[in-house]
Design a protein around this ligand. Structure first.
Ligand code: F6R
Length: 364
């Protein structure tokens, strides 16, 4: 049942090209030239804002989606952790879509946050992996992510399927609201359809990722840095590492480095820098140089162009294929997940069932 893999987590990481292809096919029908939300009649011109609520890894998917909805569809987005949102009781005004993201669909805080929005938000929408779940049933619209059953406690394929569905929703919003041209939309669709192939190429980097992980397994603390779309992923990479390898890790926005965490940097501190060669690359590289000037050990995750420009002095390199800039968080999830996986294996921890954690958090 693990398909030849040692752990469910490894199997679930490896099957991402297949499940993402399923998700993409069901929202972007082949031959078609638009995103169709299955079973849902949603018109984003009738909505002014989006409030997204989730926990843990699903929360990082929401943070990533904030960049997409704002940049592609010009929609104001608020993102919150369910346990904060539900007790803060924020005002829900105007034409708001409340969007809940949950793999299990049973997370107690997320469900309570959804119930708080009933009668206040214009539309209650959920993005779930379990269509029969409480969160799906109590939503006006429940959108499936098509990840299939996820057994490893640390979420992997559910995260990348959540991201894929959220990106397609943002593209639907952009098409409805006329914020992208037809050519720009066509570029996104073509890139999405090519994503499973590119994910396979990222998975082929497993040996290099394993070598870097060997080094992480000797560290006490690890810092993950990213800017823009890579910032939420830096936090997700840090969460994966602490969950399954018990190595302390923090994810930071690169620009925040000098506002505190730089004090931690010394020769014992590995810093994973997630940086495709995008519009904020130069800024991230200068942050990376600040780390190296203090003898911090940089693991650079980038593409050919980025590596050619910035490899001097880095400790180790993980090479990613080139991909459309919107898709980098999905693609760069692969090295984030595999770094945590191989570190945990090197440390001999229980990868699929880390201590103190449950797959579905039905109590608060
Ligand atoms: C991390 C992880 C958790 C869950 C969180 C929300 O690997 O699995 O952080 O993402 O407990 O769970 P769902 O998505 O079921 O609401």
């Amino acid at each position: 049942e693990k398909n030849g893999h040692k752990h469910f987590m490894a199997k679930e990481i490896a099957e991402q090209p297949i499940v993402i292809a399923d998700a993409i096919r069901s929202y972007l029908p082949s031959g078609g030239d638009q995103v169709v939300l299955p079973g849902a009649d949603l018109d984003f011109t009738k909505l002014d804002r989006l409030t997204m609520v989730a926990c843990g890894t699903a929360f990082y998917a929401c943070l990533t989606a904030k960049y997409w909805f704002e940049q592609l569809a010009q929609m104001p987005v608020e993102v919150d952790i369910a346990s904060e949102f539900r007790y803060r009781e924020p005002p829900i005004t105007g034409r708001t879509m409340a969007l809940f993201v949950s793999q299990s669909g049973e997370t107690a805080d997320t469900l309570a946050a959804l119930r708080y929005c009933e009668g206040k938000a214009d539309k209650i929408v959920s993005v779930v992996n379990v269509p029969e779940s409480s969160i799906a049933r109590e939503s006006d619209i429940a959108l499936p992510i098509h990840a299939g059953v996820e057994i490893g406690v640390a979420s992997t394929k559910a995260f990348t399927c959540q991201l894929s569905v959220l990106l397609m929703m943002a593209l639907k919003a952009a098409a409805d609201r006329g914020t992208l041209t037809d050519d720009e939309l066509a570029d996104h669709y073509a890139a999405l359809r090519g994503l499973p192939t590119v994910m396979n190429a990222a998975l082929d980097q497993n040996p290099a990722i394993k070598t870097s992980a060997q080094r992480l397994s000797e560290a006490r603390d690890v810092l993950f840095l990213g800017r823009g779309l890579m910032y939420p992923l830096a936090m997700e990479g840090a969460l994966k590492l602490k969950e399954i390898s018990y190595v302390h890790a923090e994810g930071y926005a690169s620009g925040e480095l000098k506002h505190g965490p730089i004090a931690l940097i010394d020769k014992n501190m590995p810093v994973v820098v997630m940086a495709p060669r995008d519009t904020v690359f130069d800024k991230t590289v200068s942050n990376m140089q600040e780390v190296m000037a203090r003898k911090g050990k940089v693991i650079l995750v980038s593409d050919d162009d980025g590596i050619a420009e910035a490899e001097d002095g880095v400790w180790s390199i993980i090479r990613m294929p080139h991909v459309h800039s919107s898709l980098t968080p999905i693609l760069y999830s692969v090295p984030a997940q595999l770094l945590a996986y191989h570190t945990a294996v090197a440390k001999g921890t229980d990868v699929d069932q880390p201590r103190n954690l449950a797959k579905s958090v039905t109590v608060e």
